[in-house]
Design a protein around this ligand. Structure first.
Ligand SMILES: Cc1cc2nc3c(=O)[nH]c(=O)nc-3n(C[C@H](O)[C@H](O)[C@H](O)COP(=O)(O)OP(=O)(O)OC[C@H]3O[C@@H](n4cnc5c(N)ncnc54)[C@H](O)[C@@H]3O)c2cc1C
Length: 397
């Protein structure tokens, strides 16, 4: 069956009218790891209207639209400050499961993830495997119609509120490290999942170490083929790198203007030539990076290289640090008075510290530089002496 696509103008009108009728605003959730019943109810409407994942097939709540039309929907949602549209561009669990998951997994997960009825976290890093993620030792063993998992994960953001985890685990120790990995979705609410919070530099404790003891995964929660987890992971990481930094600008108290020019004006610093110079630099870098990200996302949507995402992630990390320094300069000596009694200083300090999130999470700045060197610039590859050894024979501490 062929469906006639609307023009961009027709669609813009449709979405604008829909938002005018439906969108009345939402109270914010406690933080980005939490949701609210009102938010879930809103997301249900967005999914039902086909705005959540417009490029997806109709049978999975999509409209089978090309990316340009989907972007029209996203622009209208952005203008209204309404959440939930264009998750086909951003959602790590939804896009990974749609691309590689079994029918059962898609049925169990997709709708609930898009509506935030179910939250997810990422079981990737381990104490001995962060940058060298292919070195994970958490092991999944097939036992009839389930997998049994044992091991330890660390730095797991949002584990306490998650209903499912996306797991990379070793399913074969006798082949080279990248070839013995499989990707799973793990139901979190079961015995054997032991979550312990870790305090971050910002004072928050959103990430955790997680101990997994005889944890069970249904056989059809394997994502992609057994032993092909590295490939699935690359898709999931590309989505993650494309969104890194988006959440890093939310301050704790909301006490300072998000707009840096406005912040400088409010604090009487807009005439200062050094502040003006740094403002111009940061704003120009933001603009350039937005254009680069648009290029990377367009390339990813057409199935070509996602390595350009690494350029955007690395640049975003630099921009967030530069913004952090600039806010500190604008607010001046007051930033020494941190703590809840001084929300302005607390927000400025929080954002400066939170910039490290983007330099480390989802692959560090150094690792992004290696990816850019090898895959974007075509420089020779870093030597990897253990690449072709069976993982069992790789020397480990
Ligand atoms: C805020 C935050 C949230 C996170 N959330 C999650 C999460 O939800 N789930 C999850 O699984 N993980 C998460 N992580 C973990 C993150 O992915 C890892 O911290 C990251 O991949 C680095 O791994 P590592 O900490 O083991 O450092 P290591 O890999 O030990 O690296 C230490 C240092 O050595 C450098 N280095 C290592 N190898 C090389 C190399 N080949 N060339 C040059 N330099 C190198 C690194 O850049 C780094 O500076 C999170 C991290 C942060 C900061």
């Amino acid at each position: 069956m062929t469906t006639t696509l609307p023009t961009a103008d027709q669609l813009r009108e449709e979405v604008r009218a829909w938002l005018a009728a439906e969108w009345t605003g939402l109270a914010p959730a406690e933080d980005r790891w939490s949701t609210t019943p009102e938010r879930i109810a809103w997301l249900e409407k967005v999914v039902a209207a086909g705005y959540a994942v417009p490029t997806w097939p109709v049978e999975w709540s999509g409209r089978a639209y090309p990316a340009e039309l989907a972007d029209v929907i996203a622009a209208e949602f952005d203008a209204a400050n309404a959440p939930g549209a264009r998750q086909d561009k951003y959602s790590i669990p939804a896009n990974t499961v749609l691309a590689f998951g079994t029918e059962k997994l898609k049925n169990d997960l997709l709708h609930d993830v898009l509506t935030e009825r179910s939250r997810t976290c990422l079981f990737y890093s381990e104490p001995g495997a962060g940058s060298d993620l292919a070195g994970v030792r958490t092991t999944a063993v097939r036992d009839g119609d389930r997998w049994i998992v044992n091991g330890q994960k660390v730095w797991t953001s949002g584990a306490k509120t998650a209903d499912y985890a996306l797991l990379i685990a070793r399913t074969d120790w006798d082949v080279p490290k990248h070839k013995g990995l499989s990707y799973f979705v793990v139901p979190m609410h079961q015995p054997g999942v032991d979550i312990r919070p870790l305090v971050q530099i910002t004072g928050e404790a959103h990430f955790n170490e997680v101990f997994l003891t005889d944890v069970e995964i249904p056989a059809d929660y394997l994502v992609g083929d057994e032993g092909k987890g590295w490939r699935v992971l690359q898709t999931a990481l590309a989505y993650e790198r494309s969104i890194m930094g988006d959440g890093a600008r939310a301050s704790r108290h909301g006490s300072i203007a998000d707009d840096l020019v406005e912040l400088a004006r409010e604090r009487g610093r807009l005439a200062d030539p050094v502040i003006r110079d740094n403002l111009a630099t940061v704003l120009a870098l933001r603009e350039l990076n937005a254009l680069n990200n648009a290029r990377a996302k367009a390339a990813a949507e057409q199935g070509t290289s996602s390595s350009v995402m690494s350029l955007g992630k690395l640049a975003m990390s630099g921009i967030l640090h530069a913004e952090g320094r600039l806010r500190t300069d604008i607010a001046g000596p007051e930033t020494l008075l941190a703590g809840d009694d001084n929300p302005v200083a607390d927000d400025v300090n929080f954002l400066a510290l939170n910039a490290f999130f983007t330099s480390i999470g989802g692959g560090t700045d150094q690792i992004q530089r290696t990816i850019i060197a090898e895959r974007v610039l075509g420089l020779p590859k870093e030597p990897e002496i253990d690449r072709d050894l069976p993982f069992r024979a790789v020397r480990r501490s």
